[in-house]
Ligand binder design. Sequence first.
Ligand SMILES: [Zn+2]
Length: 71
Amino acid sequence: MYSEFDREVGEMRVEQERQARIDAARAELKRQGREQCECGATISPARRRVHPSATRCLECQEIAEKEAYLK
Ligand SMILES: [Zn+2]
């Protein structure tokens, strides 16, 4: 038999743990960046060392930067 207080504390814990897992997963994703570009090319390990959070290969990055510049 749970009291209202126990139930609320339990829900809070579940919510906190869920949020912590999401945050950890996001941080991990950001830290690692991606191995594969959206175009399907593999992002070189050298590039990923310089830009650990890179999500694009060099060519796509240049195109994206040019597009951003032209806007
Ligand atoms: Zn690419």
